[in-house]
Design a protein around this ligand. Structure first.
Ligand SMILES: Cc1ncc(COP(=O)(O)O)c(C=O)c1O
Length: 366
């Protein structure tokens, strides 16, 4: 029997997912989690208006979505005082990262990121044969100087930076980011992942001229808007780069229900403000839980908190595993030395209470 012949690149890649979903983990455990605090989802849920919009859109699902996401792009354009042509909508940032990498990266193209930063970006770079150069974190922050230095040394085409950062929740100011952009080599694009920006205080998101060809920023409805399962996010950049996405994107990938939900969520500032307040409160509770156990919570500008266990990655692995066995889903950073921490997402009180009960047991047992 004949077999398909894979490209040399595909044949060389491991079959992997950047990270295993809590749903898969639940299936493997054989029972649902009691607290789902590991994937930086938003347990406070989407706006009731978004839920209604999804319900209203459900019977219309026999129709494809609008391949231009016109209404949503129009609403985003109004919000940010930019042109529709500066905005691309896709199936979450994850999908847009894939499109961007496909546009800029081929075999051995140098690309720069941080060791232990968001892994889906690396997954896409590997998928297009790029050569990834990864820089260690510095004091639990993505190291802007180090990233610029390697970008220059390797003449990188693309640099990835999440601000606020995942997995540490740390951040740089918008001013520092623009100074960083000035340090990048000619022709190098900064992929600025702002998945968590709505949770960050003023001054973290840089003022960017959309005509600046050196940056693309990505945002999502998955986090602050509580629509991770609807798979919808967007990129903002120069019109030339945005129109290039039309060469590679899956034009009908964004689904009709997601479009309706995002449009309604974007219009509900009151719900967004309430969510941010709930997340702020939940982060304070997580910090209290850390303190009660003699641990330190890192300051976070995102919807999760990194708790420093003060030991090595093996210890945190055991703690995460213990929590998992007790039905508490949390995660930890992938790379050392950040993997000394736990990463706990903001969530409803009842779930945080369960974490508060299990954490001291886990620390004792491990
Ligand atoms: C830094 C970062 N970027 C992107 C994403 C994924 O965003 P989306 O759901 O829009 O694909 C996440 C999700 O955890 C993230 O942490």
């Amino acid at each position: 029997m004949t077999k398909p012949s894979y490209t040399a690149l595909a044949a060389s890649l491991p079959a992997s997912v950047p990270f295993v979903s809590p749903d898969t983990q639940q299936r493997l455990r054989g029972e649902p989690y009691r607290a789902r605090l590991g994937a930086n989802e938003n347990g406070f849920g989407p706006s009731p208006n978004a839920i209604k919009a999804m319900a209203d859109a459900a019977p219309e699902c026999w129709m494809y979505g609008d391949e231009l996401s016109f209404a949503l792009r129009q609403a985003l354009a109004e919000k940010f005082h930019i042109s529709l042509d500066n905005i691309v909508v896709g199936e979450g940032i994850d999908s847009l990262l894939g499109n961007l990498v496909r546009l800029l990266v081929e075999k051995d193209t140098p690309v720069v990121t941080s060791i232990g930063a968001y892994p889906t970006f690396n997954y896409h770079v590997a998928g297009f044969g790029g050569k990834l150069h990864a820089v260690p974190y510095k004091n639990d922050h993505e190291d802007l100087e180090g990233l610029a230095e390697i970008a220059n040394k390797t003449a990188a085409s693309l640099v990835y930076l999440a601000n606020p950062d995942n997995p540490m929740g740390t951040w740089h100011t918008g001013t520092a980011i623009m100074e960083f952009v000035d340090q990048l080599p000619d022709g190098c694009l900064l992929c600025l992942d702002e998945a968590y920006i709505e949770f960050a205080p003023e001054g973290i998101s840089p003022e960017i001229d959309v005509n600046d060809q050196r940056i693309i920023r990505f945002r999502t409805f998955s986090k602050a808007h509580g629509l991770a399962g609807a798979r919808i996010g967007y990129g903002i950049a120069h019109t030339e780069l945005i129109s290039a996405f039309n060469k590679v994107r899956n034009h009908f990938g964004v689904n009709r229900i997601g479009q309706a939900a995002a449009l309604a969520a974007l219009a509900d500032d009151e719900w967004l403000d309430q969510t941010i307040a709930k997340v702020t409160r939940a982060k304070a509770i997580i910090a209290d839980i850390a303190r009660d156990n003699g641990l330190t919570a890192l300051p976070s500008a995102s919807n999760f908190v990194a708790i420093d266990l003060g030991r090595d990655g093996e210890f945190s692995r055991k703690v995460v595993e213990y929590c998992d066995q007790k039905g508490i889903f949390i995660r930890r950073p992938f790379a050392s030395p950040q993997d000394r921490c736990l990463r706990v997402s903001a969530g409803p009180d009842a779930e945080l209470q369960l974490f508060a009960e299990v954490l001291p047991q886990a620390l004792r047992a491990c």
